[in-house]
Design a protein around this ligand. Structure first.
Ligand code: ADP
Ligand code: MG
Length: 719
């Protein structure tokens, strides 16, 4: 009996305790909208997820007080029940209950006033968003108003494929709506920041075309979308009519974030290059994410969600590991930036988790830590990318400077080579010029030699001809000239004899003789005997003169050619001048007078034939010049005298003269001012050579229109 009593009292005590614990949460002010403290919340897990609210309500002793600030339960297929009581002390005022978790798939509030039956309000993600009474991303339930204080007995049923994180807020409609708005604002700020970063980096991508930027902007977009999805704003604003998509969105965006973060880290940190092994791990995770997605699509959402969380943890740590590894081995700046920004994001995850397990308080900052962390990460990474641009720019500048240096170096080398080349060219040019000069000299010599050869040949044949002619004529003309005197003597004798016959008339002669004499006299008259006698005289004189001149010419010819005198000889220059002038006699004609003033000069040692050639050329030119000069009577003067042990020969004319330009070139071979056929331009060059070979000098003075004078000076002897 006593035992029964003690047991009863104990049970009563327990009952009282539990009754005490089931104190209702009082809503007494219109402004407050607090998180219901954990001591008001009692939790029960229906593992089989089979019990109805009535059955659960019967199992009151199974409900245990919440051990954490916010009731939560890991991912499970169970039904999660939360029991609490609300006492609405405000009259005519509705009370709203909010579960601040937008990912929960099904949340149902069962409430009853004392002894009433349960009223159920279900908020599910299986229907379009607009079906909700309150257009909030979080489940919101309302308890009706009344004209008196009401105590509500509430059972909240939660089931979802996500974590059953269930913070329950309570307050009046006005204060609750204000709270919802606040959440909207803060999330608006977050999406605004992410959008700005997205657009900013998108525009940078278009400018710099760096692939890292592309991966980065896709990455932050997917990060933002994960948040948008988890916070329920996607469902509220973006795809309210697609509950199926809403249920898949956490998987899709998480996986997409994983893919893009893998792509980004690979590109940004050059993972493949620096650590191919860890890069393989990334590939493995990539594949696992894909498998997880398949799970989710095939309906195994609970398993998929668990896998997703595990993979996220592994990937986050792997990425940190990769960044630290690369930082340690490569010391790249981008790896440092990555560690910092990734660390910030991981830190925010840690804060988030610590809040969930009750180590950190449940407040606006801890609940928004993922948004804060991801925004911070996005900003830090964007700075990192900007820094990368700096690095690239610096590298580019360095490479440009290097390229400039190389091109300057090349230019310098080219310049030096140019100088060397120019020197070589100058040397070669000089050598060529030398060679050219040599060639010119050789050519001149050859021409001279040729000229001399031609001349020598010409003169030789001319000499032979004249010599031959002179020799042939010499004998006959000698007959003639030597026969003329005896002939004249004989003719004189005959004329004397005839005169004796004339005396016959004074004698008495027979008639027939007289008659014959008369006939003779008649014949004499007939033939004009007197004239004949005179004519014979004239003829003989003419023959004499002709023969004498012929002899003289022949002598001159012989003298001129002087074939017999190929060696040096002492001869008198006057003789040469005389015989040359005799040969030129017919060229002189009436119009040209020659004045000779040949002094007594010693013989000079010379090649007489050559010297005659000199006189011949100079006289020829003089004759040509005086003939060319119209109006004046031509006069050529030849003068010789002895002075300073030299024989001086001056041959002058009053011909057309020469300009200084002509005068400067007259001794050049082939220089002529005469028409073709009139001159060869060789005469004076030969003269010059001959005088030179006699160690003599030749000078010329000339005035255009006045005349020319050649002065030749020859040494007496050649030694
Ligand atoms: P060529 O008589 O065949 O022209 P030369 O060597 O004998 O060649 O003379 C060269 C040139 O010198 C002549 O063409 C002429 O212009 C000039 N010359 C030579 N002698 C005289 C002169 N006495 N008066 C004027 N010009 C002269
Ligand atoms: Mg001439």
């Amino acid at each position: 009996m006593n035992f029964v009593r003690i047991t009863f009292i104990t049970l009563l005590t327990f009952y009282c305790y539990s009754v005490k614990a089931q104190q209702p949460f009082r809503v007494a002010t219109a402004e407050a909208n607090p998180l219901i403290p954990s001591e008001y919340l009692y939790l029960f897990v229906d593992s089989a997820a089979s019990l109805s609210v009535h059955q659960v309500a019967e199992l009151k002793e199974q409900f245990k007080p919440s051990s954490t600030e916010v009731p939560h339960h890991p991912v499970t297929k169970s039904n999660f029940w939360i029991h609490f009581k609300i006492k609405n002390e405000l009259l005519f005022t509705k009370v709203l209950i909010t579960v601040q978790n937008a990912v929960l798939q099904n949340v149902t509030l069962y409430y009853r006033t004392e002894n009433d039956s349960f009223t159920a309000i279900q908020i599910t993600k299986d229907k379009p968003f607009h079906n909700r009474t309150y257009q909030s991303q979080n489940p919101v339930f309302s308890l009706p108003s009344s004209d008196h204080e009401v105590l509500y007995d509430c059972y909240l049923l939660v089931n979802s494929y996500t974590e059953l994180q269930t913070p329950v807020y309570v307050g009046t409609a006005a204060s609750m709506l204000q709270k919802i708005e606040e959440k909207d604002y803060s999330f608006g700020i977050y999406t605004g920041i992410m959008l700005v970063i997205f657009l900013y980096n998108l525009s940078i991508f278009f400018i710099v075309k760096d692939r890292s930027y592309l991966f980065y902007i896709i990455y932050i977009a997917s990060v933002a979308f994960v948040q948008i999805s988890l916070q329920g704003f996607g469902y509220k604003y973006l795809w309210p009519d697609y509950p199926r998509f809403e249920n898949m969105s956490p998987f899709l965006f998480s996986a997409f974030t994983a893919f893009t973060s893998i792509a980004f880290i690979r590109n940004f940190l050059q993972v493949k290059l620096f650590t191919p092994r860890l890069n393989h791990f990334l590939s493995v995770i990539f594949v696992l994410y894909a498998i997880t997605l398949l799970f989710a699509f095939s309906g195994s959402k609970h398993e998929a969600y668990n896998l997703l969380n595990l993979l996220a943890l592994i990937l986050a740590l792997l990425m940190l590991w990769i960044a630290i590894y690369i930082r340690k081995t490569q010391h790249t700046r981008s790896s440092l930036f990555f560690i910092i920004s990734w660390g910030a994001f991981l830190g925010s995850i840690i804060v988030f988790v610590l809040k969930d397990v009750g180590i950190l308080p449940f407040n606006n900052i801890t609940t928004s830590s993922l948004q804060i962390g991801s925004a911070a990460e996005a900003i830090l990474l964007s700075i990192a990318l900007a820094d990368r641009i700096n690095v690239l720019k610096r590298e580019k500048e360095i490479s440009q400077a290097e390229a400039l240096r190389v091109s300057q170096e090349n230019e310098r080398i080219i310049r030096e080579q140019n100088i060397v080349l120019e020197q070589k060219v100058a040397e070669r040019t000089y050598e060529l010029q030398e060679a050219n000069t040599d060639l010119n000299t050789a050519m001149t010599k050859l021409k001279d030699a040729q000229t001399q050869l031609v001349d020598a040949e010409k003169m030789a044949s001319l000499g032979q001809l004249t010599a031959g002619v002179a020799h042939e004529i010499n004998n006959p003309i000698n007959f003639v000239s030597s026969n003329i005197k005896p002939l004249k003597r004989d003719v004189d004798d005959i004329i004397e004899l005839l005169a004796k016959y004339e005396h016959l008339g004074s004698y008495n002669l027979p008639d027939d003789a007289k008659q014959y004499l008369t006939e003779i006299e008649t014949f004499k008259t007939e033939i004009d005997y007197t004239y004949i006698r005179e004519e014979i005289d004239i003829l003989l004189r003419g023959m004499y003169e002709g023969a004498t001149r012929t002899v003289e010419i022949v002598k001159s010819l012989k003298n001129f050619s002087r074939l017999d005198e190929a060696d040096l000889k002492y001869v008198n220059v006057n003789e040469g001048i005389n015989s040359t002038l005799i040969l030129l006699n017919n060229q002189l004609g009436d119009r040209v007078k020659v004045n000779k003033d040949l002094g007594s000069i010693p013989d000079v040692e010379c090649f007489p034939g050559k010297l005659n050639q000199v006189f011949m050329n100079i006289f020829n030119n003089a004759i040509y010049a005086v003939r060319k000069r119209e109006g004046a009577a031509g006069l050529i003067t030849a003068k010789t005298y002895f002075e300073n042990e030299q024989v001086v020969i001056k041959i002058s004319d009053n011909g057309i003269g020469m300009t200084p330009e002509v005068k400067a070139r007259i001794f050049d071979p082939f220089f002529t001012t005469k028409d073709v056929g009139e001159g060869t331009g060789l005469g004076l060059s030969i003269v010059y050579k001959i005088i030179e070979s006699h160690k003599g000098t030749i000078e010329v003075e000339s005035e255009p229109g006045a005349g020319t004078e050649f002065t030749i000076k020859l040494p007496k002897s050649q030694n």
